[in-house]
Design a protein around this ligand. Structure first.
Ligand code: PMP
Length: 460
């Protein structure tokens, strides 16, 4: 399956002109931001040429820009808001906690309730340590694996993203061999091996060396499934890590509670030794966790003085399990526990994906939309696999999928969709239980009009 090119077209002038006219206050704020924030931004993914939109309010499936425009939101807090913006139960829990205090500098009952819910929902979560972001979670999981095995290196897969810390800085941007960031010492980069996805021989060879503490993986495939990974390969990773005493870390920062109440472990029927949870686990506030085998988590616990001095992992974090986040998290996980909201978001995502694929076909535009639970990806320029209904495209070079998701057409599509009142997250997005069938229908209609525009511009 060879994708056609979407990159050769010239800059989409009429879309850019209308975009600037529609979001003038955003443009002005972005100009102000240049002096204050490097690049005018606080997160690389929020970059959009010539300027991103600024948002001042959100509720349910919507957010409102400073220009007074309502957007159907498919960012959903970078995937954190599975219940939608300002879910009443979550907002009420946070408001109640605000009255009780936001930081005790002490242990508190809500952290137990939070951990109990994680234990009840996530397979193999024998113990939980709270941290503040997905990045911190993968960093801690890697350290735990090294402490447990006494081995120095970590293996990951090309194109899989595990946060922005130094040890996760290699192999997630095409071409996957290179670091995604300057400023990371070679010695640190050398501790992480980036393996080609699906390459059994490379996996076996890496683990045979005996110096790999952990294999860390985005179980859905790189970039939350944009570059899919085969279930059988995931099983093989489990078998090979078990056989070699290597810790298997599932990075479920996105898939946790989204694929199923038990995340990717439940969804794929493959168990991990450690799970990194972020986003949804913290109910839309900053927070994350590492959960898993008690014998590995034990490296965080105090024991006798000799152990404390020589073996224990040092771990702090001013805002770990802060009460405000804990309140939001407990309210969120209670809502998610029966799986209903998860299934609702997934059903809406399927309806959206099917609608988008029908629209592509009707417009005669080459492209394919695929989805998993409540996450979807739009690959303009990719030939739809014959007979496929949303399944991830198999056998496509990961570098090609990566390139398609960043092609000129995709960036123009984002702006054309913003003009239609829809905020796509780069080349796809996240559904929440707060989206409605009407939102889906509106999005599909908007997509049809946006494709027309892209065609007029010669971009598809
Ligand atoms: N792992 C994965 C799979 C992610 O998608 C992300 C963030 N998108 C992270 C880790 C890092 O999480 P955070 O942004 O909370 O540091």
């Amino acid at each position: 399956m060879e994708p056609s090119s979407v990159e050769a077209a010239p800059a989409p002038s009429s879309i850019d002109r209308d975009y600037a006219a529609a979001f003038p206050r955003s443009q002005a704020l972005f100009a102000e931001a240049q002096d204050l924030l490097p690049g005018g931004l606080t997160h690389d993914s929020r970059w959009l040429e010539p300027f991103p939109v600024f948002v001042e309010r959100a509720a349910g499936a919507y957010k409102w820009t400073v220009d007074g425009r309502r957007l159907i939101d498919y960012w959903m807090g970078h995937g954190a808001l599975l219940l939608g913006h300002n879910h009443p139960a979550v907002a009420a829990a946070v408001a109640r906690q605000l009255e009780q205090g936001t930081h005790f500098g002490s242990s508190h009952p809500l952290e137990l309730e939070w951990a109990r819910l994680i234990k009840a929902m996530v397979p193999g979560a024998e113990q939980v340590r709270f941290v503040n972001s997905g990045t911190e979670a993968t960093q801690l999981a890697m350290r735990l694996a090294r402490a447990h095995t006494g081995r120095p290196r970590v293996a990951k897969f090309a194109g899989h993203f595990h946060g922005w810390h130094d040890e996760a800085a290699s192999g997630y941007r095409a071409s996957f061999g290179v670091t995604a960031s300057t400023g990371v010492p070679q010695a640190v980069l050398a501790t992480t091996i980036a393996l080609p996805v699906g390459d059994e021989a490379a996996l076996r060879q890496a683990l045979a060396a005996g110096d790999v503490a952990a294999v860390i993986v985005e179980p859905s495939g790189g970039s939350w499934g944009a570059v899919p990974m085969d279930r059988d390969f995931l099983r093989l990773v489990r078998e090979e890590t078990r056989r070699t005493g290597t810790v298997l870390i599932f990075d479920e920062v996105i898939t946790g509670f989204r694929l199923a109440p038990g995340g990717a472990q439940e969804y794929y029927g493959v168990d991990a030794d450690l799970v990194c949870l972020g986003k949804v686990v913290a109910g839309g506030l900053p927070g994350a966790a590492v959960a898993g085998r008690a014998d590995i988590m034990a490296y965080l616990a105090y024991r006798d003085p000799e152990w404390n001095r020589t073996k224990k992992i040092a771990h702090q974090g001013t805002f770990n399990a802060n009460p405000l986040t804990a309140a939001a998290a407990v309210a969120t996980l209670r809502e998610l526990a029966d799986g209903q909201a998860i299934r609702r978001a997934a059903a809406l995502c399927r309806a959206l994906g099917e609608g988008l694929n029908q629209t592509l076909a009707a417009a005669g535009v080459t492209g394919y939309v695929y989805w998993q639970a409540s996450m979807f990806h739009i690959a303009l320029g990719l030939e739809p696999p014959p007979g496929a209904q949303g399944e991830p495209p198999a056998g496509v070079d990961p570098a090609v999928l990566e390139r398609l998701s960043k092609g000129t057409g995709t960036i123009a599509l984002r702006k054309a969709m913003l003009l239609e009142g829809v905020d796509l997250m780069r080349s796809g997005g996240f559904l929440s239980a707060a989206h409605t069938e009407e939102d889906v229908a509106e999005t599909v209609a908007a997509f049809g009009r946006a494709l027309q525009r892209l065609r007029q511009e010669g971009l598809v």
